[in-house]
Each structure stands twice: as C-alpha cells, then as structure tokens.
Design a protein around this ligand. Structure first.
Ligand code: B12
Ligand code: SF4
Ligand code: SF4
Length: 376
C-alpha cells in the first residue's frame, strides 16, 4: 500500500514557530554539494586557518552536508540575535577591556540547540510525519555561513559575517538538517559590489580599515593568523608580540569588524534570558585567578573555550598594552606562577616594549621628516 504523502508546513507557519522560539531568522536551503566549498579549500590551502587543525578535518562533510545525516535533504537555518548595545568607542573604564558580546551569554552551543530542538518538537506535534532531523550549532563540520548565504534574506559581508540588511550581523547560527523537503528560499540576489536595500557592501571598507591587525586585508577573506578573535579564543600558545596591540579594546573575542559596520547601526540591544556576564571581574583579578574563581566567573560561558590560562594570558597582555595601573602589582604576583603559558608571556613583555619603542621612534622620525619637507 502506498504511504500517505508527508504534509509539509507552510513557510509562514515555520516563520511564526521560529519566532515563538526566539529564532529571529529562518532560512531554508536545499542540501547538496556545497558550491562555496572551493572558496573554503583555498582558504585552507593558504593556511588562513592558522592552528585550527579541526578546520582541515572531515572535508567530505563540509563539501556535502548530506553526509552528516543520512537522508537529509533540507537545512533550516536559524539566527539568534545577541546584540548587547556596545558602541565602537571605548567604554568609561579605559583600562578594563571588553569581552565580545556573544561571549557574555551562556554557551550558545547549548541554549541555541535547545531552542532549535523545542522548535522541532512543536513542529512534530502539528506534523507527526515530518521525519527525522539533526540539530547542529557550530558542532558539526558544516560551512554554516555558506548555507546561510543562500537564504532569502542576508548576504556575506567583506568582514566575512552573515549580515541581514535590516537586522545586522549580531546573529548566532544554528541549523536543522531534515530529511523532509521544505519549500526552499530563493536566494537574495545581492551583488556584493553594490549597496542595495537587499544588502551588499558596495564601496564600504569600514571593517577592513578598522580591523586593528589587518586580518581582513582582502575583502571577504579572514586571515586567522592575524585575527584577535582567533588569538584570544582559539590559539593555545603564546600570542606573537606583533598582535598584542590588538588586545587594547578586547581581551576575549573581537567585535570591531561588526561595531563599525553600517548594517549594525541603530540596532536595539536584545534582552536575552541567557545573559550570564553582567559585570566582569577586573583584569588584574582575571590575570591571577585560580581554578575556583575561573569556574565561578566564566563557567558555562563560551569563554571557557580559551581555558583558564588562555584567559589569564589575554588579561595580562591587555593590561600590558593599556599600561594598566595594577600591572606592576600583577607582575610581581605572577613571577612565581607555575603556568608555562603565563611564564612565556611574561618573558615577551620586554620584547613587546622594545617593539613599541621602535615603532614610536619610527613614527616621530617620519613626522619630523614631513614637517621638514613642509617647511621647505
Ligand atoms: C573557524 C571560525 C572562526 C575563526 C575564523 C573565522 C572566519 N571568518 O573564517 C575565528 C576564530 C577567527 C572566528 C571568529 C569569529 N566568529 Co566564528 N566561526 C568559525 C566557524 C567554526 C567556521 C568558519 C569557517 O568555516 N571559516 C572558513 C571560511 C572560509 O568560511 P566562511 O567565512 O564561513 O565563508 C564561507 C561562506 O560564507 C562563503 N563565502 C565567503 N565569502 C563569501 C563571499 C560571497 C560574495 C559569497 C557569495 C559567499 C562567500 O564561502 C565560504 C566558504 O564556504 C563558524 C561555525 C561554522 N561551522 O561555520 C563560526 C562562526 C562563523 N563564528 C561566528 C562568530 C559569532 C564569530 C565572531 C563574531 C566571534 C567574536 N566576536 O569574536 C568572530 C567574527 C570574526 C569574523 N569577522 O569572521 C558565527 C558567525 C555568525 C554570523 N553572523 O556570521 C559562526 C557562524 C558560529 C555560529 N554558529 O554562530 N570564527
Ligand atoms: S574579529 Fe577583530 S581582528 Fe578579527 S577580523 Fe574582525 S576586527 Fe579584525
Ligand atoms: S563594514 Fe562595510 S564593507 Fe564591512 S561588512 Fe559592513 S558594509 Fe560590508
């Protein structure tokens, strides 16, 4: 006997349900061979993934997401908004640097997964034959932004972020890979070279110009070897001194290429039930924190990705770069520290200072040269 055809929910039903589960964006894309895979392969070949070896694994899944879930045909792509109201300029506490806004929430891998699963559970109540699925939130070898770039709204900016023309880029992405065939989006026809109401960067270069370390020197491509988000979140060793100045504003993650983006102008801060870090302990306390303090302050947030000593390394560098008033005291406390990462970082401080001194001398030399030229 033939099976009854699976009833499929309408787009507006899915949209409403997503909103109900605090999933502000919904895109639907057919799964198949990933057309942007070549771009990804080139990025790897060029070594722009730095030490993130996990990016070079499971390439077959990134090339064809259907291999992640047998029978999967469609991806539902969700976006969770997290903007906390930060502005591009430095805050009042000049020496207390920031944490990227996404990291002030509890770990999004967990809560966004719960939102996506609750969405599906309710969908199943209305459509019991909807089939099986797999939720992924940065948890599978999937090119999430490549998928998102084929949804009806939104586009990839020169900062490589997925941007919604009206809602900006402060979104965390989560996906449901489903074996049902949903009505898929017609991708928004955004020409990256034009600025249109549907999006596109046009001639804007604000993210590229404002990136403190030149990680976006080529548009639409991020070189992790130069990116502060990479160094402060993913990098396990000593941060090379030529990038230390990039920790002037942030000591974990970096939002600069989003803060300056015109598509994020006028966004309203989102009240999230998942906000965890309301205040931050002072940098000096972070630089010398013990395991119990680390767990109490940062447990359950994305900041645990850097681990205790990684956060301490970041806080110490941020203090050095900002000539923090507590630095001398912190240095004397850390002298006896048993972490090789902290000891290695301490050993680099004098080299960093010589580097800065050299740069300052060069700057004043070139200023003197140009004033000499002007006076002739
Ligand atoms: C590795 C990684 C990083 C690395 C490298 C980032 C990078 N740009 O590649 C580091 C540690 C630096 C990082 C930093 C951040 N990350 Co991150 N990261 C990832 C991860 C795990 C993989 C990204 C990846 O595959 N990179 C390789 C490059 C080549 O791929 P891609 O940039 O995604 O680009 C693909 C498509 O966009 C498309 N494409 C690219 N350019 C263009 C241009 C055009 C015109 C078109 C049509 C297509 C296209 O092709 C590419 C290859 O397939 C994803 C999760 C995931 N599984 O996808 C999260 C993810 C990208 N990160 C995220 C976030 C929030 C951040 C930070 C904002 C965190 C912070 N505040 O510090 C920063 C942002 C830095 C930035 N400008 O990208 C979000 C981004 C959400 C969004 N709105 O885009 C993701 C999707 C995680 C999530 N599930 O929400 N991240
Ligand atoms: S996250 Fe910061 S360092 Fe990385 S590309 Fe954006 S602005 Fe540059
Ligand atoms: S800052 Fe300008 S160039 Fe960069 S992503 Fe935003 S619109 Fe595009």
């Amino acid at each position: 006997m033939d099976q009854a055809p699976v009833k499929i929910p309408s787009r507006s039903f899915l949209q409403e349900l997503a909103k109900k589960h605090k999933l502000e964006l919904l895109g639907i894309v057919a799964l198949g061979k990933e057309p942007e895979f070549a771009r990804f392969e080139k990025w790897l070949e060029d070594g722009f993934h730095a030490d993130m070896e996990f990016m070079a694994r499971n390439l077959a899944c990134r090339e064809d997401p259907r291999t992640l879930q047998s029978g999967a045909q469609t991806a539902l792509i969700f976006g969770y908004q997290y903007y906390q109201g930060d502005k591009a300029q430095k805050g009042k506490a000049q020496n207390e640097t920031r944490v990227a806004q996404y990291a002030r929430l509890k770990d999004y891998h967990k809560f966004l997964r719960r939102h996506c699963s609750a969405f599906w559970k309710e969908l199943e109540e209305h459509f019991p034959n909807i089939g099986s699925m797999r939720v992924t939130v940065d948890s599978a070898p999937l090119l999430e932004r490549a998928l998102a770039s084929r949804t009806a709204e939104g586009f990839i900016g020169k900062n490589t972020l997925y941007i919604h023309p009206k809602k900006g880029s402060y979104f965390l992405l989560g996906e449901i890979l489903s074996d049902s065939v949903f009505p898929t989006d017609t991708p928004s026809a955004v020409d990256p070279k034009q600025r249109t109401p549907a999006g596109g960067c046009g001639s804007c270069k604000r993210c590229q110009v404002n990136c403190p370390t030149g990680a976006l020197d080529e548009a639409y491509r991020l070189d992790a070897k130069k990116c502060i988000a990479y160094y402060t979140i993913e990098h396990r060793g000593i941060i090379p001194i030529e990038f230390w100045h990039g920790l002037k504003l942030y000591f974990f993650g970096c939002d600069i290429c989003q803060l300056v983006c015109p598509y994020n102008r006028g966004q309203q801060a989102v009240k999230s039930e998942h906000l965890k870090l309301i205040g931050l302990p002072p940098l000096a306390a972070i630089a010398s924190m013990n395991q119990a303090e680390y767990e109490q302050w940062f447990g359950g947030t994305p900041m645990t990705r850097a681990k205790k000593d990684g956060l301490r390394r970041n806080a110490l560098i941020s203090m050095v770069v900002n000539d923090h008033e507590e630095l001398p005291k912190t240095l004397s406390i850390l002298k006896e520290d048993d972490s090789p990462l902290i000891q290695g970082t301490l050993q680099q401080i004098s080299d960093y200072r010589s580097l800065r001194e050299g740069e300052k001398n060069l700057e004043s030399l070139s200023a003197a040269k140009s004033s000499l030229r002007e006076s002739h």
